[in-house]
Write a protein that binds this ligand. Structure first.
Ligand code: FMN
Length: 363
């Protein structure tokens, strides 16, 4: 029975730890609950294995190097898990909002990576003691350690790339080389979450992120690009602004709402934008569910684009232009629609040079 409970607690710990790392998929509340599940299972595991504490420093000189290594891993794992528990409470928004200590999310992620890696090594050591071929066991443990590190250091930041805030100095990113336009200047129309979202006051919290921030001011990804164009050519920039209900503060909730709007082919109400004086429009938008956000569809259907040129600049987390170009072509009847560039979200703050190079081609 004890053995079964122990096995179950170990399994639950591994699964809870891995699931927590998929923060972007499970969301904040589930992440915090999984954290509790992990620590409760850890306590159960420690109670069952309490005899280990009595034996760990006994007969040290007689212990094999592999046993000493396994014990060192356990000690390190326990110490890291304790610090992780404190930092988990520090970064908690839902279950421990009153706990104001160790609130640094990056530190929390590194600790989680260390716990995952050490847990893999700890599990691998069980296998090592039973394995006939110790060489194979060492290879397996090394692979597990690399896997733990890779998940924590590479995969998690990649998955959570939309849940970050990037601190920038607005003027530094936006101002620079100017491009003299010989003809009429195009109008820049952009859609972004900022201005279309009811952000919580505590926007510092991870679930409200995917934003640029300069000083205390939030700036949408596409908004920053619009300002880069404005600075380079002195064009007018106009945000697409919702007139009705705004998007929720949580990034993941916005993803759900955006998906629902796409499925329902919704046309959220937006403030009027007069494009009649312009023959060229630079449309800057984030890719949502592989295409344009539905408020952009409202803008496209609500205006006459006959004979106009629309330049497309998209921002995204992997999708390129997705199917947005064909969508724009279908909705903006009579327009010449040209793909300019699709910018990966992490590259947005440093895109000014690329934008200027392109602006020179249409000057
Ligand atoms: C509702 C929603 C859906 C998204 N869907 C996709 C997608 O399908 N593919 C992708 O690469 N990025 C997707 N993203 C990421 C955004 O395109 C990316 O974070 C963009 O830079 C956000 O720009 P903004 O901050 O100006 O709104 C999505 C973001 C949201 C909020």
């Amino acid at each position: 029975m004890k053995k079964k409970i122990n096995l179950a607690s170990e399994l639950v710990m591994y699964l809870a730890l891995l699931a927590q790392m998929l923060y972007v998929i499970v969301g904040n509340v589930a992440h915090e609950i999984l954290g509790i599940v992990f620590f409760v299972s850890l306590v159960v595991h420690i109670v069952i294995k309490r005899y280990w504490f009595k034996a760990v420093f006994r007969n040290l000189d007689k212990k094999a190097a592999s046993r000493k290594f396994a014990d060192a891993v356990i000690i390190l794992l326990l110490a890291t898990a304790c610090v992780l528990m404190i930092s988990s409470m520090g970064v908690s928004r839902t279950l421990f909002p009153w706990f104001k200590f160790m609130m640094e999310p990056l530190f929390h992620r590194y600790l989680a990576t260390a716990v995952l890696t050490l847990s893999f090594v700890h599990g691998g050591m069980h296998f090592y003691f039973k394995a006939k071929s110790k060489k194979k066991a060492v290879i397996l443990i090394s692979i597990l350690a690399i896997l733990g590190l890779a998940i924590g250091l590479a995969l998690v930041p990649y998955l959570n790339r939309h849940l970050r805030k990037v601190d920038i100095i607005f003027e530094e990113k936006v101002t620079g080389e100017k491009v003299e336009m010989t003809g009429d200047k195009p109008l820049v129309v952009y859609f972004t979450r900022v201005g279309n979202t009811d952000f919580e006051d505590d926007v510092d919290a991870v679930s409200g992120a995917s934003l640029m921030r300069s000083g205390g001011t939030l700036i949408g990804n596409t908004e920053l690009l619009a300002y880069m164009v404005k600075d380079a050519i002195g064009s007018e920039i106009v945000p697409i602004t919702l007139t009705g209900e705004k998007y929720p503060s949580s990034y993941m909730d916005t993803v759900s709402v955006g998906g629902k709007e796409l499925r329902e082919d919704a046309r959220p109400g937006i403030e009027d934008i007069d494009i009649s004086d312009y023959s060229e429009i630079i449309l800057i938008y984030p890719i949502w569910w592989g295409t344009v956000p539905m408020p952009v569809a409202t803008f496209l259907e609500g205006n006459d684009f006959t004979g106009k040129t629309i330049y497309l600049i998209a921002t995204q987390g992997s999708a390129g232009f997705g199917s947005s170009t064909s969508f724009v072509r279908e909705k903006a009847k009579g327009a010449d629609v040209i793909e300019v560039m699709s910018i990966y979200c992490d590259d947005i703050p440093d895109s000014r040079d690329d934008i200027v190079e392109w602006l020179k081609t249409i000057q």
